[in-house]
Write a protein that binds this ligand. Structure first.
Ligand SMILES: C[S@@+](CC[C@H](N)C(=O)[O-])C[C@H]1O[C@@H](n2cnc3c(N)ncnc32)[C@H](O)[C@@H]1O
Length: 406
């Protein structure tokens, strides 16, 4: 990170002119901190433009492909419900784009085949697409297969807005609950991380990889509270014999929580680390924001270990783990990486679009639209300028879990 501070011009006036959308509050020590109501602003970038999630979700798509054998195994060992006229499946944290449709299709078609063979009948299917209310449900609904009123339509679709850390369905409603690449998003930034007077103040970093132990511990505590809440809600909502399948970003068991990303190349190249911190520092050095504005921005994501996931299940009777595994995904195919080494500018652009797709709504809520775009431009420049980094390979760790409701 370029840490040499340059002269700061008009820090407060410029930094705070776009405060709309933020809930600003003072903590007891009178430090000015910004607490975002994440449940209202967190989402992937909607629409289908260059920086949209729908056009920048290849890594989560690979995660769904990786999940396929695990899902098929879970469905093969799942109890059937011959007396239920319809089967109800929910995708929690569905976002927009093709991934959620592919996941629902896979589950519906696999279950349909089992019913045809073993029960000599096909149930009807209900698919619930659930995400935070800020999700672009309109774009998602437009991409659904057309419902033509035909009795044989693949499934009946519905949107369910709300946080998966709360109840979303009535008791004993769901036969299958799925969640892909979503559960590493926390319900909030821990309060102490937003308190300038606390040891957990996360100075100079947008995220927690390599951060002080107090910051990482605060995130780890929040992650534990959140995952337990998620499991308790699903336990209520699922029918007996129902299956829960989750894939979330995770870290290897051998790594301490402050090393969220495993190997050094992945740590350096991950979109939440070096280039992101450098981009914030650029805004600061150019006098476009002040330090506090930079340091109050934190990415609400935590990569759990397999042990942390298992511990959450141990505190939640009624959900029995069938399998849990850590796996790694490479960020891009090798050919794509070689192409980018020949054309670093297009790499910077692609990487910035990927980050826009994931972070734009929360960065925009923090900085306003103009400075938000300035940040992503700095990110793009930083990413395309570092050829050595471009040659490195970044892996995304994921944890796959399947569980059955007893
Ligand atoms: C990276 S996207 C994954 C989308 C999709 N499942 C896929 O595999 O492409 C993560 C999604 O989780 C959603 N999400 C994050 N926190 C959530 C919460 N507390 N409740 C519901 N959805 C949440 C985000 O809004 C986002 O749409």
């Amino acid at each position: 990170m370029d840490s040499a501070p340059k002269t700061m011009m008009m820090p407060t006036a410029v930094a705070f002119f776009e405060d709309e959308g933020l809930r600003v509050r003072s903590l007891m020590n009178n430090t000015r901190t910004v607490e975002l109501d994440l449940g209202r602003i967190l989402c992937m970038q909607g629409g289908d433009g260059d920086g949209s999630y729908a056009r920048n979700s290849e890594a989560p798509a690979s995660a769904i492909t990786l999940s396929k054998p695990f899902i098929l195994l879970a469905i093969r060992s799942m109890k059937l419900f011959p007396d239920d006229p319809s089967l109800r499946i929910a995708d929690l944290g569905c976002a927009t784009g093709y991934n959620t449709l592919a996941a629902i299709d896979l589950v519906v078609e696999t279950l349909r085949r089992r019913y045809r063979v073993e029960c000599n009948r096909e149930p009807e299917f209900e698919a619930f697409f659930s995400d935070l209310p800020s999700n672009d449900f309109n774009t998602l609904f437009r991409s659904l297969p057309p419902a033509n009123g035909d009795e044989k339509q693949r499934y009946f679709a519905a949107g369910v807005p709300g946080s998966f850390y709360h109840r979303l369905f009535p008791k004993r409603k769901l036969h299958m609950a799925l969640s892909f690449s979503a559960l590493h998003w926390l319900s909030k930034i821990p309060e102490e991380v937003l308190d300038k007077g606390s040891a957990a103040w996360n100075k100079g970093r947008a995220w927690i990889d390599g951060a002080k132990k107090e910051v990482v511990e605060a995130y780890a505590r929040q992650s534990e509270v959140d995952l337990k809440a998620f499991l308790k809600c699903r336990r209520e909502e699922m029918v007996e014999g129902g299956v829960l399948f989750m894939l979330m970003a995770g870290r290897p068991s051998s790594e301490r929580p402050e090393n969220q990303l495993g190997d050094p190349d992945s740590r350096a190249k991950h979109p939440f680390t070096s280039s992101m911190d450098e981009a914030w520092q650029d805004l600061l050095n150019e006098g476009l924001i002040d330090e506090e504005r930079r340091d109050t921005f934190n990415i609400p994501a935590y990569m759990r270990s397999v042990e942390e996931v298992k511990a959450a299940f141990e505190g939640c009777e009624g959900l029995e783990v069938m399998g849990v595994e850590y796996r790694r995904l490479v960020e891009h195919p090798k050919e794509k990486q070689e192409e980018w080494v020949r054309d670093p500018a297009s790499y910077g652009k692609a990487k910035a679009n990927m980050v826009r797709a994931t972070l734009k709504p929360i960065v925009e809520a923090h900085l306003g639209p103009t400075l938000c775009e300035e940040l992503f431009k700095r990110f793009q420049n930083r990413a395309s300028a570092d050829i050595d980094m471009l040659r490195k390979t970044c892996f995304y760790g994921v944890i796959l879990v399947s569980a059955v409701k007893n």
